[in-house]
Design a protein around this ligand. Structure first.
Ligand code: GLV
Ligand code: MG
Length: 348
């Protein structure tokens, strides 16, 4: 349920699929900060950054020799707290490694309800997610934690994962988001570039990641999940980061990874609606409620623009994102004199 003006609430029709609903989790993921689990310094710094989610990494940012030690450090950092409203996640190693099961068991046993989500990398089929779902269930039960309380984010980062993305998105009610992993994906496809998240030089077809981005987004939305874009590795290239973030935000993505404090503001701002768009979304919701709910019309006019049920759905998404980003309305709706809406041309 998304909340609007006082006394008004709407079910986000069309977003409710599966047993978790993005709008119900209330979790904003505009910025998802990657933090090496073996670095006490980076972990301490992460607490103070204005990001929506932090994931403490046990996978590619941690050397094999330090994996075991990093598990304990990550669990301790979660237990110690200080994370404010951030989503607290841990990225474990992928299911083909010898570390994955101990990562999950040790972190959840030691951190308990201080971990919100497990990020599972290199998911190439639904069985990977099923494995994690069952293991989490066993540890939750053993530790007396709420059943199903820990969520899952699945990283889609190779050709097999993308080919199976619909089945992956449907594999567990714990799933909250699908995450595109450009570095591993570029390697899996043999893309000729070493610049993670940037367009491969020489490609003349437009956006080299468009197919993967849209494929993941469709699979995610079909199951009511969020879609998150992975890293942009050139941390000093703010313009390139902004372009990459703006492009997926326009497509509908909910957020993007950040690797460095200098990337946070750019990504937060690209994934927050503008004040004008947020105000407009709230006005559409009010106008729709008034004209359709109170006056019994199917469509109405607002400032010369026809609004109908499809407009309401779009406005719900923008309004929810604006509220999650902490925006406040600067305009209010006043019912005007009765107007007659033009009949929808074929509807939407
Ligand atoms: C992230 O994990 C990536 O591979 O880009
Ligand atoms: Mg990866």
């Amino acid at each position: 349920m998304l909340r609007g003006i006082a006394g008004r609430s709407f079910t986000a029709a069309g977003r409710r699929v599966g047993s978790r609903d993005v709008s119900n989790t209330g979790r904003s993921r505009r910025t998802v900060l990657a933090v090496p689990g073996s670095s006490d310094r980076f972990i301490a710094k992460a607490r103070g950054l204005d990001v929506d989610e932090v994931f403490l990494d046990l996978e590619d940012a941690v050397a094999p020799a330090r994996k075991a030690q990093a598990r304990a450090a990550v669990a301790a950092a979660l237990r110690e707290g200080g994370w404010g409203p951030k989503v607290r996640a841990v990225r474990v190693n992928d299911v083909t490694t010898a570390w994955a099961h101990r990562d999950v068991i040790e972190v959840v046993e030691q951190a308990g309800s201080a971990v919100d989500v497990i990020v599972l990398p290199k998911v190439s089929g639904p069985d990977h997610v099923t494995w994690l779902d069952l293991l989490l269930g066993q540890v939750e039960r053993d530790r007396g934690l709420p059943a199903g309380g820990i969520g899952i984010e699945a990283q889609i980062e190779d050709a097999a994962g993308l080919a199976e993305v619909d089945a992956i998105a449907a594999a567990s009610p714990r799933l909250e988001a699908l995450v595109f992993g450009p570095a591993d994906f570029m390697a899996s496809l043999g893309m000729r570039s070493l610049e993670i998240g940037a367009q491969p030089a020489g490609y003349r077809g437009g956006d080299a990641f468009h197919y993967a981005h849209l494929r993941i987004l469709v699979a995610a939305r079909a199951r009511g999940l969020q879609a998150i874009d992975g890293p942009y590795a050139a941390i000093h290239d703010t313009d390139g980061l902004r372009r990459a973030a703006a492009s997926v935000a326009a497509l509908g993505y909910d957020g993007k990874w950040v690797l460095h404090p200098g990337q946070v503001d750019v990504v937060n701002s690209e994934f927050s609606p503008s004040q004008a768009d947020y105000d407009r979304a709230e006005l559409i919701l009010d106008a729709y409620e008034y004209h359709v709910g109170v006056r019994g019309r199917g469509a109405a006019m607002l400032d010369g623009e026809m609004i109908d049920e499809a407009s309401r759905k779009l406005a719900l998404v923008a309004a929810a994102r604006g509220r999650a980003a902490g925006l406040r309305r600067t305009t209010s709706f006043t019912p005007g004199p009765p107007t007659t809406a033009a009949p929808p041309a074929g509807g939407e």
